[in-house]
Ligand binder design. Structure first.
Ligand SMILES: Nc1ncnc2c1ncn2[C@@H]1O[C@H](COP(=O)(O)OP(=O)(O)OP(=O)(O)O)[C@@H](O)[C@H]1O
Ligand SMILES: [Mg+2]
Length: 293
């Protein structure tokens, strides 16, 4: 079990995270928050690239900084900015990383063959990565993070830059990887974690706002999400009054999905809340700040 205990992180006088408490057991955790919320900061502390200003992180009861190498042996990590070598092939690159990790060649070779198959790069294993798509590069990144068959796999924005097809492939792959380990991935895109995460962690105002299964998170908006159709002329007033989640044209009018308030109107159709609704609801102030910035 990985435990984050009362962790705060400051950069000089700037406070990035405050009093973070988390527990991870086997399963997939989606760290879901907008840009700048502190996802990478938290992840870098989990992989010992940054140290908490206060509090500590324990793995099976032992401080991870003290456990040092013993902890890092259990860890696989894909950084947000993943540095690879364009003129290397995936095969050569993985051999190189395995050597850096101190793996014996005799162990590394069969493991690399297995991983190239797992991430579906067998056919291009000897091709230089220069011409690879974003999705292919990400899969090389995941393979390198999996070299040591880690108990804890941490992926910082693994789907950034992927097209929709590659995202689907990534999600399916992750479901396979998630057996018998802790998988933590960060993203600011709801659909990346909606179908695969056992628990969602949301950070707001430097603190953990939610850590629970999706259902639990969505239940807070139960009875508050509606759909209705509005004439174009009335749309601005409607947007000013209610929080719009999405809008689309329908037969010359606008169909809104929105968070209602006050007494529900007869033409509002109650709708089950989903994670996207909660995300927009929770971070609505930040979205407004972005628009005016
Ligand atoms: N080394 C640093 N020195 C000073 N401030 C930092 C440092 N690293 C991060 N920050 C600040 O801490 C906050 C959180 O940054 P962080 O990179 O953890 O966010 P994030 O959630 O990963 O964002 P993104 O989605 O853009 O990757 C930001 O305000 C950032 O500017
Ligand atoms: Mg980040």
């Amino acid at each position: 079990m990985l435990t984050v205990q009362q962790v705060s992180k400051r950069f000089g006088s700037f406070s990035a995270l405050e009093d973070i408490n988390l527990e991870f057991t086997n399963g997939v955790y989606g760290l879901l928050a907008p840009n700048g919320a502190g996802k990478t900061t938290l992840i870098k502390m989990l992989v010992t690239l940054l140290f908490p200003s206060e509090g500590e992180i324990l793995y099976n009861g032992e401080n991870i900084i003290k456990a040092d190498e013993r902890y890092r042996e259990q860890l696989g990590y894909l950084p947000q900015q993943f540095g690879y070598y364009k003129h290397y092939s995936p095969h050569k690159y993985l051999l190189y990383i395995a050597a850096l990790k101190g793996m014996r060649a005799a162990d590394a070779k069969p493991r690399i063959a297995e991983l190239l198959k797992l991430v579906a790069l067998e056919d291009v294993m000897d091709k230089k990565m220069r011409k690879f798509s974003g999705g292919m590069i990400q899969r090389v990144g995941i393979a390198q993070a999996m070299l040591n068959d880690p108990r804890i796999l941490i992926l910082d924005e693994p789907t950034a830059g992927l097209d929709p097809k590659e995202r689907v492939r990534f999600r399916n792959m992750l479901a396979q990887l998630a057996r018998n380990r802790i998988v933590i991935l960060s993203t600011h895109i709801v659909s990346d974690v909606e179908s695969i995460a056992d628990e969602i962690i949301m950070i707001k105002d430097k603190r953990v706002l939610h850590k629970s299964p999706i259902q639990g998170i969505c239940s807070q908006l139960e009875g508050m999400v509606f759909e209705t159709t509005i004439d174009y002329e009335a749309a601005d007033e409607f947007r000013g009054k209610y929080l719009s989640i999405s809008e689309r044209q329908e037969q010359g009018r606008l169909k809104f999905r929105f968070i209602g308030s006050g007494e529900p109107q007869p033409n509002w159709i109650p709708t089950s809340p989903n994670l996207e609704d909660v995300f927009i609801y929770i971070y609505q102030d930040e979205a407004k700040a972005d628009e005016t910035a």
